[in-house]
Design a protein around this ligand. Structure first.
Ligand SMILES: [Zn+2]
Ligand SMILES: [Zn+2]
Length: 337
């Protein structure tokens, strides 16, 4: 089968591999859609901390079942997505149902080869039924689930001001699920075009560009309280460190984004707020189910995010251009028959 391999940072090439064979309790998928994620772009750049090379990228996937090995409610021909986080099932995190942060986690397309290929084998227990959702939207369940998980971690209450820093697809997902939780959503980004998208397409009532006086704007918007929840979806060290100053007294700060360095913040400022700092890693089945339901009900429309579409044959050449903000990319989708 044909694959697109990231040989090393900056190098993508097409190659061939033997088609995988599903083992016990595994399912063989024909890959139909591959969403391109910031993680894929950062892997290509060499700035994502969990990558080794060579690696076949791609974890935002929709596929068609070719073969299920073992008993399952799924059948060949079913359209599905799946949780691309392959957990061990017995570590301390897995025993608590936190399979998203398994101590021995293998993320498909990160720690092990992913879906930039004709076929892929996945654990049958990770499959998520398509429930009539289109292939494009189905491939975007995973990035939306990351945002939904961050909002779940923050335990967002109705009426709370929630600041989401970073208006990429992950931040946009967090905004949408914060809005569904009844929050007053505030988006902060450097890119005015993306903020316009948040206002016009996602119904975000407040947006702030990074070059404004952010503290003053936040005070104005929140009546002096400041955001009860701050979500980082940038993975940018400066943005993350600034974010501590935006949190209300008694507030929560959730890091969805990831970067390679150490974080420094003022202990007295954090302490006087009795702040809560947490990371939010991947997502759980509960998050996937919530996203699938929200898409089925029309509460979120991930297809609005898709700005670029390419064939698998053209993906290798187009890939580097998506690193450039000037491309206007929000979400690129690789289409397959
Ligand atoms: Zn992703
Ligand atoms: Zn585990």
């Amino acid at each position: 089968m044909e694959v697109l391999i990231c040989e090393s940072p900056g190098t993508l090439r097409y190659g061939t591999r033997n088609a995988p064979v599903p083992g016990e309790k595994e399912t063989l998928l024909r890959v139909r859609r591959i969403g391109i994620c910031g993680t894929d772009l950062h892997a290509f750049e060499g700035t994502q901390p969990y990558f080794t090379y060579p690696r076949i990228l791609g974890h935002e996937l929709a596929g068609e079942i070719v073969e299920v090995n073992g008993t399952s409610a799924f059948r060949s021909g079913d359209i599905v997505t799946f949780l691309p986080y392959f957990s061990c099932g017995h570590c301390v995190a897995c025993r608590q149902g936190k399979t998203n942060c398994c101590a021995d986690l293998k993320v498909c397309g990160v720690h092990i080869d992913g879906g930039m290929a004709d076929y892929l084998v996945v654990p049958t227990e990770n499959l998520v039924a398509g429930r009539g959702i289109g292939l494009d939207a189905l491939a975007l369940v995973e990035p939306l689930a990351i945002g939904a998980h961050g909002i779940r971690r923050a335990n967002v209450n109705s009426g709370e001001p929630v600041l989401v820093i970073g208006a990429g697809p992950i931040g946009m997902g967090a905004m949408q699920f914060a809005r569904l939780a009844g929050a007053d959503v505030i988006a902060l980004d450097v890119d005015e075009r993306r903020l316009a998208f948040c206002r016009e397409r996602l119904g975000v009532p407040y947006t702030i560009t990074a070059k404004e006086d952010v503290l003053t704007r936040l005070r104005d918007i929140t009546g002096g309280d400041m955001p009860a929840v701050v979500i980082d979806a940038t993975g940018n060290l400066n943005a993350i460190q600034e974010g501590f100053r935006y949190m209300s007294h008694g507030g929560r700060y959730v890091l969805i984004g990831l970067q390679k360095g150490d974080i420094a913040f003022s202990h007295p400022e954090f302490h006087k707020r009795e702040g809560t700092l947490m990371s939010s890693r991947n997502a759980t089945r509960k998050d996937f189910d919530q996203v699938v339901q929200a898409i089925s009900q029309g509460a979120v429309d991930p297809e609005a995010y898709i700005t670029h579409r390419v064939t698998f044959a053209a993906a290798g050449e187009a890939f580097p251009s998506w690193l450039d903000r000037k491309s206007g990319v929000i979400k690129a989708m690789v289409m397959r028959d």
